[in-house]
Design a protein around this ligand. Structure first.
Ligand code: SF4
Ligand code: SF4
Length: 520
């Protein structure tokens, strides 16, 4: 039996659906895992101090809010494995805490990490909340990059982080806090929606190329549209194509915004969704190991890995310049597929179609909507989602957002009277759009409960942003969500029971059985 060197179970690919204990399935080493645990713990301690300050009516500086969100963002799955960057973040957090704290509180190594909490239900809820907060922090950080802040969201993130160190809180207190996390998840997604749409315009229905082009390529992953924009600016005229996995909302929102962005739109290609596979550091290339990793048969680069969050903008620019130079030496990528997909069905576009959609529902042309949002991943078990999409009756429409769509968005599922059978709102944070669409339909049909809509949820999850989306849906009152391909390992049997009994959460079964359950 392997000796336990670490413990992490925050994502769906955790080893044996129990926990990564030797090294991460994602490639995270035990040393980095220990540093990430310490960073989360120190961020919680800093949050105890800021929460106490707020209680005393004292303001908390925006820089501290940003430090908290960046720290959490560093620790989400696959975001940052740079030990030096994490050590620097820990040191900065401790220094900040030292400056703000009026009295010191107990801190021991025994309190660091998931297993520091011995009661399995309290541990489960603390981790559920912490992972939701990580997802919320990721969305907040991207909004912050576009100069949008929400002090209420930041104050909540810190209050909830502090609460996960509070031994006086009961299971019921923590369940309530998990739902409150969902409430602020909605606010965080609204903030990012506002940041993205005010900077780049509302998404519009757009056809996007998924093939490769003749230039060398750089792959940029993630949700930071400002980062993508800066990369595009920096590569203008450099003979480089930019590949991205989830930027349909940006692309489709660009055309009316500016000539510059129109030009940028022409230079971005939507890549296949297996981005996590390409985020592993390349062990053969020391110089670029931290700055970049190779994808698409080794010919394109991603500059996200390795300490980017701690870098000031000029350093990021220098690092991007290195990646651009490296990309120029690469041959153009070899295509693994070609064709076009259609995206941009975010809230404003679907509202514009609302009359047509309502008519189609009333006439029976659309029998049901199935929300198949969430994540993609490597495991074979995720083929279930392609099979489920294929098996859906022709009068059912898929509403999607996030990476899960890569399992079925090239299947050519057709349309219903001009309404495509896959309505893709964009990235996982655009699940906010799906929520708005559902709420609008509820209003239009005069219903008092979102669960009375002809709407079912079959959601795939992978990492912590999906956790905040799930908590947001629970907060909005959505029931009977099917979650797969496995239920989170961090749910204890009692916590899972609460979710089943109160919210009807279920796992997935066979396509046939689930089709009967969800579509009838
Ligand atoms: S993030 Fe996922 S794969 Fe990586 S160590 Fe944690 S549980 Fe394992
Ligand atoms: S959809 Fe899932 S895998 Fe994709 S970015 Fe969002 S949380 Fe990550």
């Amino acid at each position: 039996m392997n000796e336990q060197k670490m413990f992490c179970w925050q994502c769906q690919e955790t080893a044996g659906n129990k926990g990564c204990t030797v090294c991460g399935v994602c490639g995270k080493t035990a040393d980095v895992a220990a540093l990430q645990d310490e960073l989360v713990y120190e961020t919680k301690r800093l949050s105890q101090v800021t929460t106490a300050l707020r209680k005393d009516g004292k303001p908390v500086d925006k820089d501290i809010n940003h430090l908290v969100t960046v720290n959490l963002f560093i620790t989400i799955t696959n975001a940052n494995f740079d030990a030096d960057a994490i050590k620097a973040a820990i040191a900065k957090t401790k220094t900040m805490r030292g400056k703000l704290a009026t009295k010191d509180t107990k801190s021991t190594k025994d309190m660091v990490g998931v297993l520091a909490t011995t009661d399995e239900d309290i541990r489960s809820l603390r981790e559920l909340i912490t992972y939701g907060l990580k997802g919320l922090a990721a969305y907040s950080k991207h909004a912050n990059a576009l100069m949008q802040d929400d002090e209420d969201v930041d104050a909540f993130i810190q209050r909830a982080l502090a609460a996960t160190l509070d031994d006086s809180l009961s299971v019921n207190d923590l369940i309530a806090l998990a739902l409150e996390t969902g409430k602020f998840g909605v606010a965080g997604m609204a903030l990012l929606d506002k940041a993205n749409t005010s900077a780049y315009g509302n998404p519009e229905i757009t056809e996007v190329d998924i093939g490769v082009r003749a230039n060398p390529g750089i792959l940029i992953s993630g949700h930071d549209l400002r980062d993508l924009e800066m990369l595009l600016e920096q590569t203008a005229g450099a003979g480089i194509d930019v590949y991205t996995d989830a930027s349909v909302p940006l692309l489709s929102g660009l055309q009316e915004v500016s000539a510059l962005r129109r030009q940028l739109r022409e230079r971005v290609v939507e890549a296949e969704g297996g981005v996590r596979e390409v985020q592993r550091p390349d062990p053969d290339d020391d110089e670029l190991r931290r700055a970049a990793c190779r994808i698409l048969q080794g010919q394109a680069l991603d500059d996200r890995r390795g300490g980017i969050p701690r870098m000031p903008p000029y350093r990021r620019r220098i690092r991007r310049a290195k990646v651009i130079e490296q990309a120029k030496k690469c041959p153009p990528p070899t295509g693994i597929e070609s064709g076009k997909i259609v995206g941009g069905f975010a809230h404003e576009q679907v509202f514009a179609l609302a009359g047509k959609v309502v008519e189609a529902v009333k006439s029976g042309a659309i029998r049901k909507f199935v929300v198949m949002a969430g994540c993609d991943g490597r495991h074979k078990s995720r083929d279930y989602y392609a099979e489920f999409a294929k098996a859906l009756p022709k009068d059912v429409v898929i509403l999607t957002a996030g990476c899960a769509k890569y399992k079925y968005n090239k299947l050519d599922l057709g349309d219903i009277g001009g309404i495509p059978r896959v309505l893709d709102a964009g990235q996982c944070n655009d699940s906010y759009s799906l929520a708005l669409i559902a709420l609008r339909l509820k209003e239009v049909f005069g219903l008092d409960d979102i669960n009375k809509l002809p709407l079912a949820f079959n959601i795939a999850w992978y990492e912590q942003k999906a956790v905040i989306v799930l908590l947001a849906l629970l907060y909005l009152g959505v029931k009977n969500i099917h979650l797969g391909p496995t239920l989170p390992a961090f749910l204890s049997s009692n916590v899972a029971k609460v979710l089943v009994e109160n919210f009807g959460i279920a796992g997935i079964g066979s396509v046939d059985d689930d089709m009967k359950l969800l579509v009838g």
